[in-house]
Design a protein around this ligand. Structure first.
Ligand code: AMP
Ligand code: MG
Length: 336
């Protein structure tokens, strides 16, 4: 009798999950490939809404599109500049992250990253004098916001690249939920935003990239209903004539690409915006300061990988992480 009930329940469950409509959408936005996979009656419509939203957001916050709010702000000679509410919200969140991280996260580093050629992919090592001059234009504390008016000095410029994709994930997921979606995975160029669990009620399995071999992973993390966002030097860098790798994440104290003991930082929490800001922040801080930051702000989890192949993972998610068995020379340390 028990066995029959068990089989009937299993068949019922199988029927329920197999009836869940699945839709996958691929597109390019924010200079990266994106994939949205949703389950539900209105999965297709939800994906289309997510794609539309991300496209619109890109138009608002792009540093290169002349019609964007950020372009308008960055290229203005007079202030204040009136900024539309969505872009303004993100500017405020980015400044808040700068405050929380004591400037490790700095959304105003565009003058230096441009000098290094990261915006137009015309890479160069600027002379020290030029870096020092550009750094004077990167003081996020000089930005003032009154209602929708943004005040800053001419020459200063925002770059929301360190937080934009996480924000896009949060907001796109919100739109998808309006279509009744309870199960979805948004992969915005490797930045993951999860809605609920998989349709069968189990956790999603998310690969954490191996920074030393982009085509493999260091392991997998079981998770649901969170964002999992990685910052890594391997994502964008150029090699100088000295053979040295200069990465796209900058240290606001030196005006130079970050150089420390890390190769990748992954932040895990409910909010994609927060995780995106955090992943960049941790990368700038380096291992020791990142752990100290987490101890002061334990409302997120992390996976940090160092140049010497140590994987540091916070205790809450350590049990959910499975290291790739083929890896040689890696070791995992649980941070408590
Ligand atoms: P992510 O991949 O999220 O770490 O973002 C890296 C991007 O954020 C870079 O390509 C820059 O556009 C921008 N960025 C670089 N350095 C910083 C920093 N220290 N704080 C905030 N944003 C940064
Ligand atoms: Mg980031």
């Amino acid at each position: 009798m028990k066995k029959t009930l068990f089989i009937t329940l299993n068949i019922l469950f199988f029927m329920m999950t197999s009836c869940t409509k699945k839709s996958e959408t691929y597109f390019e936005s924010m200079n990266t490939f994106m994939k949205v996979q949703a389950y539900g009656e209105k999965a297709k419509e939800a994906n289309a809404a997510a794609q539309k939203y991300i496209g619109e957001l890109e138009k608002l916050i792009s540093v290169t599109k002349p019609e964007s709010e950020i372009y308008k702000l960055n290229n203005s000679k007079t202030f204040p500049v009136k900024i539309k509410v969505e872009a303004l919200d993100l500017i405020k969140t980015a400044l808040d992250m700068a405050e929380k991280s004591d400037g490790a996260f700095n959304p105003c580093l565009y003058p230096v990253s441009s000098a290094w050629g990261f915006t137009k992919k015309q890479y160069r090592i600027p002379p020290a004098q030029e870096i020092a001059e550009k750094l004077l234009l990167c003081d996020w504390k000089k930005v003032r916001i009154e209602a929708s008016d943004v005040y800053m000095e001419p020459g200063m410029a925002f770059d929301l690249g360190g937080i934009g994709k996480g924000f896009a994930g949060d907001e796109a997921a919100k739109k998808m939920r309006e279509f009744g979606i309870k199960s979805a995975l948004l992969d915005l160029g490797g930045n993951i935003q999860l809605i609920g669990k998989k349709p069968d009620g189990s956790d999603w399995t998310i690969g954490i990239k191996n920074p030393f071999d982009k085509n493999s992973s260091v392991g997998t993390l079981k998770a649901n209903d969170v964002a999992i966002i990685t910052s890594a030097g391997y994502e964008r860098y150029f090699e100088g004539p000295d053979g040295h790798k200069y990465i796209h994440i900058f240290d606001g104290t030196t005006g130079c690409p970050v150089e420390n003991d890390l190769v990748s930082t992954t932040a895990i929490a409910k909010s994609g915006t927060y995780c995106d800001g955090l992943s960049t922040t941790l990368y700038v801080l380096g291992l020791e300061k990142s752990i100290a930051f987490w101890k002061r702000n334990p409302n997120f989890d992390f996976i940090i990988i160092t140049k010497d192949r140590q994987i540091y993972i916070t205790k809450k998610i350590a049990k959910k992480f499975t290291m790739n068995g083929d890896l040689n020379g890696f070791a995992v340390s649980v941070v408590k």
